[in-house]
Ligand binder design. Sequence first.
Ligand code: CP
Length: 379
Amino acid sequence: MSDHLAQLLEKAVATSFLGESMMLTQDWDDQRLGSLIALAELFAELDKRGIKTPLCPSELAYAMFFDNSTRTKSAWAGAATRLGMSPVIVDGSSTQVSHGETAAETGAMLGMNSHALGVRHDLILGEGNSFMRDVKQGIDEYLAATDDPRKVPIVNLQCDIDHPTQATADLLWLRERFPEGLAGKKIAMSWAYSPSYAKPLSVPQGIITLMTRFGADVTLAHPEGYQLIPDTVAHAAANAKASGGSFRVTDNMDDAFEGADVVYPKSWGPYDLMLERVAANKARDKAAMADIEHRALARNKQYTDWICDERRMAKTAGGDALYMHCLPADIGDEVTPGVMDLHKVNVAREAQKKVYVIMALLAGAKLPDLKERLSAYLP
Ligand code: CP
């Protein structure tokens, strides 16, 4: 067994997360997060070497999406298949949730037959993360009531608070690009203009809460009115203090880019309108929802100069910061075609890490004998 793989395996099993679901990265302590990262890096290394790891054969991996997705659906299918599971993607709007079935009931019904469940529910503040926790409770209660020993983890495939598989994939990509570590690296998480739709807040929230745990100097930049959920900003500040990094907020994109090693410019919706959407959604008021969306895009339009362009990239460290984006990016609005063209392979490599994060979340949560099972695959 190579030293590198053996070290990754030891780290991966150092703190077990058997039976656990990562609803937010902030919920997991450094030890558990460290094991998740090592396990994901081990899966990535084995995959690169062409070593297959069908650890969960003949198992069903459901993923329920209440919003559009390209990369995360593909990562779910890729992860489940690499583990020997059968992935099935369910359109959330086609479930009975829209007919009043509760999250807990839905969880119990899907959990009855499945061996893992991914959920994306990201558009309405206050709803997605609690929906996932209720689904998990429904599954767990069903399993307990029927003396079923299965571990059926929930994987948060993006909620209103966090996008944990994205943020962790982004972290894996940064660890590859900066093997010396993130301590002292300047990361600019910036709002950028988008005309396409009022995007969720979960990606910037996920980035500021996770990257501040690794000693990075994180700057959050946004125009007035585009603040994030206050708890997530407070967590970012506390994490930075604990890790020896720093965290600050600015309303100036140029200021955030100055000397940055990494820039992550992406759009999200105005906070007050995201809050207004909660009541309109509860009332199932489609006209109000459409009006809020219209006003959000009109608000965005005041800030078309918030674009990641060549002039701003020239302000970054050495003029060549790493550009990151969770994708899809609005090219021509969030970022210029020239900047995107320079980084198109980088953002694809960033996106590809998600498959290994999902593999790690599934295998670590499901397999009590993870070390023995994985050892068998190591050369
Ligand atoms: N970044 C991301 O989650 O991509 P999708 O929305 O396409 O899944």
